[in-house]
Write a protein that binds this ligand. Structure first.
Ligand code: NAD
Ligand code: DAO
Ligand code: ZN
Length: 369
């Protein structure tokens, strides 16, 4: 069948919106009509060419929502008409990672997903004779996409696609990092570095968890007002701090953060995030994705004296289990999403969403199909 998609032909070039061929679902796969997709920093990172795993040509996008329009043989958990969110982190519930109960990093389709292919080693996308790669197993910048059943979360039908698509990455990553990975408890003090699409969700997760002091750190002063509405209690602009940022944050949190979160992808900030943690127990969670080849550094004594360095992917969430619950939280008014979707646009204008992101103007742009 024909679909309309934004295609990334080469690293560093703009996407081109064009017709692509999409093959129907094979064994264990479903065809999804995408209704809305967010545009995340990670799409921009891959498009820029900095992603060592980036493959071209590809259809990017990993923050979508839509409707199942066809199912392949042996699909049991989904049917035509189901409302769904595609998952870049699948949940097979059978591999040793899933059954360990220790991680959300299901490995069932990891090898082929990393090569931009479906689990049988082929692509469902083409333009003429040219094969187009899938991206993160989701390729939501296409009006139709194909996913394995194990990488699809079924959601309630009254949830608006143009809002809950954001749960496909940013919302779940930020809130999940607080609840699943850090397990912030009432009264904890938290520092969040980077108040963009991820960091603001960390802030709202910290507020939900009952954190006491919630410090937000960002070089963009425009982020302050929204972060305050999401629960930030103190704003710090590093360029306005005289002297070192780390001791300033240690003072502000009365001895150091119980938890800090790096939501930028900057290895220098990752060090500050670790070192502003409380001696003896403070834990720093890396969420940001750093450039290829970059490394983190600190003095080992920081760890000897009890600080802990951790990371999280997709907020530690098990997608098929947790994503429908997060959609319920939104529908019940327990979490905010609308305020973070600052721009919407048709697929034809998708390149504008990358400009807005680079200019620091948007939190989330959502493309409507
Ligand atoms: P974003 O661009 O919306 O936000 C980044 C924020 O950091 C901006 O507000 C910017 O002003 C601020 N910033 C930049 N440099 C800074 C500095 N030196 N000090 C303080 N603030 C600074 O990006 P986002 O969509 O929120 O994504 C953040 C990071 O998270 C990216 O690296 C993205 O790839 C990554 N990410 C990780 C996961 C995961 O599962 N681990 C999931 C999604 C995104
Ligand atoms: O299982 O080895 C693995 C890789 C899982 C990939 C998880 C990616 C999470 C971070 C990338 C940013 C997502 C938008
Ligand atoms: Zn698994």
């Amino acid at each position: 069948m024909k679909a309309r998609a934004a295609v990334a032909h080469k690293a560093g070039e703009k996407l081109t919106v064009e017709d692509v061929q999409v093959e129907g679902p094979r064994e264990g796969e479903v065809l999804i009509e995408i209704k809305a997709t967010g545009v995340c920093h990670t799409d921009a990172y891959t498009l820029s060419g900095k992603d060592p795993e980036g493959l071209f040509p590809a259809i990017l996008g990993h923050e979508g929502a839509g409707v199942v329009v066809d199912v392949g043989p042996s699909v049991k958990s989904l049917k035509k008409g189901d409302h769904v969110i595609p998952l870049y982190t699948p949940e097979c519930r059978q591999c040793s990672y899933c059954t360990s109960g220790k991680t959300n990093l299901c490995q069932a389709i990891r090898a082929t997903q990393g090569r931009g292919l479906m689990p049988d080693g082929t692509s469902r996308f083409s333009i003429g004779k040219e094969r187009i790669h899938h991206y993160m197993g989701t390729s939501t910048f296409s009006s139709f996409t194909v996913l394995p059943e194990i990488a699809v979360a079924k959601i309630r039908e009254d949830a608006p696609f143009d809002k809950v698509c954001y749960i496909g990455c940013g919302v779940t990553t930020g809130i999940g990092a607080v609840i699943n990975t850090a397990q912030v408890r009432p009264g904890d003090n938290v520092v969040v570095f980077g108040l963009g699409g991820i960091g603001l969700n960390v802030i709202q997760g910290a507020r939900m968890a009952g954190a006491d002091i919630i410090v937000g750190v960002d070089i963009n002063p425009k982020r302050r007002e929204l972060a305050e509405r999401f629960g930030m209690t103190h704003f710090v602009n590093p360029s306005e701090v005289a002297g070192d940022l780390v001791p300033y944050l240690v003072d502000l949190t009365r001895g150091g953060a119980d938890f800090s979160f790096e939501c930028i992808g900057n290895v220098k900030v990752m060090r500050q995030a670790l070192e502003c943690c409380h001696k003896g127990w403070g834990t720093s969670i890396i969420i940001g994705v750093a450039g290829a080849g970059e490394e983190i550094a600190t003095r080992p004594f920081q760890l000897v004296t009890g600080r802990v360095w951790k990371g999280t992917a997709f907020g530690g969430a098990r997608g098929r289990t947790d994503v429908p619950k997060i959609v319920d939280w939104y529908m019940e008014g327990k979490i905010k999403i609308d305020e973070l979707i600052t721009h919407t646009m048709p697929l034809d204008d998708i390149n504008h969403s990358f400009d807005l992101m680079h200019e620091g103007e948007s939190i989330r742009s959502v493309v409507l199909f």
